[in-house]
Design a binder for this molecule. Sequence first.
Ligand code: NAP
Length: 434
Amino acid sequence: MSLSVVIVGSGPSGFYAADSILKKAKDARIDIIDRLPTPYGLVRAGVAPDHQGTKKILRVFERTALKPNVRFLGNVCVGKDISVEELKERYDAVILAYGAARDRHLGVPGEDLGNVFGSWDFVGWYNGHPDYQDLNPNLAVSSVVVVGNGNVAIDVARVIAKTNRELAETDVSDVALRAKDQSGVTDVHMVGRRGPVEGAFTHAELAELGRMEECVVLADGRQLPDEVGDVDDKVRKVKETNLATLHEYAKNTAADKPVRLHLHFYASPVELSGNGSVEKVTFERNTVEDGRCVGTGETFELDAGLVVTCIGYRSEQLEGTPFDERRGVVVNEDGFVEPGLYVVGWAKRGPSGTIATNRPDSVGVAEKLITDHGEGTGRPGPDGLDSLLAQRGVRVVSIEDWKTIDEAEVSAASETDAPRRKLTSVSEMLALLD
Ligand code: NAP
């Protein structure tokens, strides 16, 4: 009898969980399910296309996926093709690792105007995620507002501001390149509700903005303090380096390059307005008191033909699992949900941290799972799943099938500098396989 585990979601947190289970229980049988035919979650569809170095972590996950007692089952949607309850009946343990795939909303008037997008959808669009290829954002506008001061806001601002020539060595989607060909963008405004010291971005990402070919980064020196002030020692270094870089940006001038990225602080959007499609955003100026932003009542406007909100994500509830609506995560205690059910990654703790943050998080949950379930309880595991999915006519995509898709994508880019040209529709992928 060996432990059988099914993991719902094939992103970093799911793969780290699989890997750490196998380190402790070498003969465990592990199935990793994903609703897309492609594995690796946010590494494929979230990490920016011009961060190919970050994507190299795939090689580590692939080693796990190719182990004899691990299976990847792509194109299987939990909640539609099979329920969590049915998985629980068949495996000793179920791990939810399905991330946080919904945008948080600003909750201000005008958010539903045309050409306003959340970063989940927008990033999915430029990263070739099949669900977002018809998003159709119009980049033939002069001014763009990006709301948020995290690394996603930086990714989005950078991908919009870079030239297509700078994106030639990336796997950005064809639809995004075509839209960028029509781009009339001269000004990108990235707006944080708190100050430069409170910015959630990390230094490598902030500094990278300064290396764009045709876009100059501008900051208003009057918004930049001389010192970071009273901050936790753990983050002091990064805050000081960020502030020094922002002071450098404040020395730039608008005329330096044809496109400008303006970094604004202390402002919250209070209304988006326009005739059908967004035309401007009204902001209220804030002060920061005890780390919280407080509105001053003073407002200002920015022109915006396109708005992307990058203000964080939430998970969705899977039927039969307890869910915290307010936080947008699965209810859990250190990853334990209920007997036989665990959660890791963003579905567990919310959308925070880098890919590597998921490792210790998943290791801890895997250790708990092994303590709870040891050698297994004799449930059928993988053997119990296949017949059910076959009965339901689900075309399961195996890891070998994924390798076929992978090779097709890489060879489609062979005449170019790009690492791959992504297949961006599920039917296209399945047609290739069958
Ligand atoms: P994040 O780091 O949490 O940043 C969210 C930003 O949205 C913050 O500036 C937040 O401001 C702001 N915000 C939230 N609600 C708002 C509202 N109602 N109005 C205005 N602003 C609002 O989240 P993220 O950028 O989505 O990134 C998610 C995680 O992925 C992060 O841990 C990030 O570091 C990671 N990531 C890493 C990389 C990389 O390493 N290159 C790239 C992308 C993402 P407050 O701070 O005031 O709440």
